[in-house]
Write a protein that binds this ligand. Structure first.
Ligand code: HEM
Length: 155
């Protein structure tokens, strides 16, 4: 009873979080890149990211807590960093990466929007968009591998 419930909560957290990343990557960035005015681009982007950061932070906590509980209940600690534990291992790597990005988000934004951004916002948003495609790809890979490995698929 507890195991399926935890997986359900875990996956709902993943849907809200990675779904948001997909929306920002596939909808918000193309909109921003079509805007003419640099200031408009920066303000719109910061508005969206600021709002989404709260959803992402809450989801990261829920997914992390339920993930650790799942490892505990299933005893999958033992297969972490082994071929048979590729699902939870990849999930943990993705999770740690997002935690680091969210922790240093303020500093990252300052670094990104200072200097070069004033001269060439188009270039900065292009790079940010590529970065988002990469993290979205890695996240989807973790989901695909997690579901595959969790339902009898082997590597
Ligand atoms: C600290 C981080 C995390 C830990 C410790 C963790 C661990 C686990 C464990 C133990 C399971 C259930 C058993 C299994 O399928 O092997 C599970 C299920 C799942 N996790 Fe994670 N996870 C974490 C983060 C994530 C992240 C970041 C994602 C998505 C990018 C994710 C996606 C999923 C999915 C989709 C399932 C359901 C698999 C299924 O049963 O079909 N998890 N997780």
């Amino acid at each position: 009873m507890l195991l399926p419930l935890l997986i359900a909560v875990h996956v709902i957290g993943v849907v809200l979080w990675i779904g948001g990343v997909a929306f920002v990557t596939m909808v918000v960035f193309p909109m921003i890149m079509r805007m003419e005015n640099s200031l408009e681009k920066v303000l719109f982007f910061q508005g969206v990211e600021h709002r989404f950061a709260k959803i992402a932070k809450t989801s990261v906590v829920i997914v992390g807590l339920t993930g650790v509980l799942l490892l505990h209940i299933t005893g999958e600690w033992n297969i972490m960093f082994k071929a048979s534990g590729i699902g939870p291992t990849l999930m943990t790597v993705v999770w740690v990466f997002y935690v680091l990005v969210l922790m240093f988000e303020g500093r990252l934004f300052k670094a990104i929007f200072k200097g070069e951004a004033q001269q060439d916002t188009a270039k900065v948003f292009y790079r940010l968009s590529v970065f988002h495609w990469i993290i979205l790809g890695i996240s989807l890979l973790a989901i695909g591998v997690g579901v595959w490995a969790g339902h009898g698929g082997s590597f």
